[in-house]
Design a protein around this ligand. Structure first.
Ligand SMILES: NC(=O)c1ccc[n+]([C@@H]2O[C@H](COP(=O)([O-])OP(=O)(O)OC[C@H]3O[C@@H](n4cnc5c(N)ncnc54)[C@H](OP(=O)(O)O)[C@@H]3O)[C@@H](O)[C@H]2O)c1
Length: 304
């Protein structure tokens, strides 16, 4: 059996580029759907790197059914890495996948925690709701799927936590959400791409959630800060934001201002990354023992 032909939507976005490149790297004929206006934007260099990697660029837009159907006709597997504002546009994609009928796996834009197992707090539920709606639409349509729970992207999170410390001149302060002792999970962006692509042709991930949980990267914020301090050679002044303060913001802030506190509370106070695994979950570390997951510490070396 040959390698599946893969279409990536959102390949010019933050995580999409790692997924598209991993697909080409692992030998899949890879196609990406790029909006016409993006072809002449600051992303030209990225697009050139896709072409150099043998990736085929198709022109289109998630809102343009004709371009979506034309792209679907070229592939067997569809991976969406569309951003948060485009999540519900995936309903059009689901309709088109159902219509063409031959797509053997769809991976919607997830790449975070399990959105069906987050805290029941209303603000948190509403932030994650579009991904839940998409999961339900996929199940209702009977489309073969894999949901990827890849947890926090290391470089993305580290640049966020330490943005003040990485600028010139660096600040010696760092913000910690809650008491900093709740464990979260972090995965390097390259590894998210590789684990995602390994899952697409794998019968063990069919209609399952692929959970990426490298043991070395289950860390509390206090441990993350300690690793960073070791790299820079001195301690930082910690500003702890109490859980009660973040919790109050969840009731007070309007959308979209509530998005960030909702993520912070869910992951760093409630510990939603570390849900108990069930029969619908499969672990990337067990399925793909050949994949050597980058540790948070070594990933920091490329950032500090
Ligand atoms: N776990 C984590 O730490 C973490 C962090 C961030 C994001 N995420 C998740 O990762 C997923 C992807 O987010 P992201 O931040 O990587 O996305 P992003 O950087 O915002 O990129 C969005 C992508 O969607 C494309 N796009 C936008 N509108 C489109 C349209 N109308 N038609 C076709 N393509 C369109 C953009 O193309 P253009 O180049 O044309 O704009 C871009 O490639 C989301 O589910 C998000 O929740 C997880």
């Amino acid at each position: 059996m040959g390698k599946s032909r893969v279409l990536v939507l959102g390949a010019t976005g933050y995580i999409g580029k790692y997924i598209a490149k991993a697909s080409a790297q692992l030998g899949h004929p890879t196609f990406i759907l790029v909006r016409p206006a993006t072809l002449d934007s600051s992303k030209k260099e990225l697009l050139n790197s896709f072409t150099a990697a043998g990736i085929t660029i198709l022109h289109g837009d998630i809102g343009d059914k004709e371009s979506i159907v034309a792209a679907l006709k070229q592939v067997d597997v569809v991976i969406s890495a569309l951003g948060m504002p485009q999540l519900l546009d995936q309903l059009n994609l689901i309709k088109a996948i159902k219509e063409v009928g031959h797509i053997k796996r769809f991976l919607p834009s997830e790449f975070g925690t399990d959105v069906e197992r987050v805290s029941k707090i209303k603000a948190i539920q509403s932030v994650f709701h579009p991904k839940v709606e998409i999961r339900n639409a996929i199940r209702e349509a009977g489309i073969p799927y894999t949901f990827v729970s890849s947890n926090g992207f290391i470089a993305y999170c580290a640049s966020f936590f330490f943005k003040e410390n990485l600028q010139v001149p660096p600040s010696d302060k760092v913000t910690i959400f809650g008491d900093g002792n709740v464990k979260a999970i972090f995965v390097a962006e390259d590894d998210v791409g590789l684990a995602t692509i390994k899952a697409i042709d794998d019968p063990r991930t069919l209609n399952k959630q692929l959970v990426i949980r490298p043991k070395t990267n289950i860390l509390s914020l206090n441990e993350v800060v300690e690793l960073f301090e070791k790299k820079i050679g001195h301690n930082l002044e910690k500003n702890y934001i109490p859980a009660s303060v973040i919790r109050a913001q969840l009731d007070e802030l309007p959308f979209p201002d509530v998005i960030f506190p909702a993520f912070a509370f869910s992951v760093f106070v409630n510990g939603d990354n570390l849900f108990e695994l069930g029969p619908e979950d499969v672990q990337a570390t067990e399925l793909y023992p050949d994949l050597e997951f980058t540790t948070f510490s070594s990933a920091l070396d490329t950032i500090v």
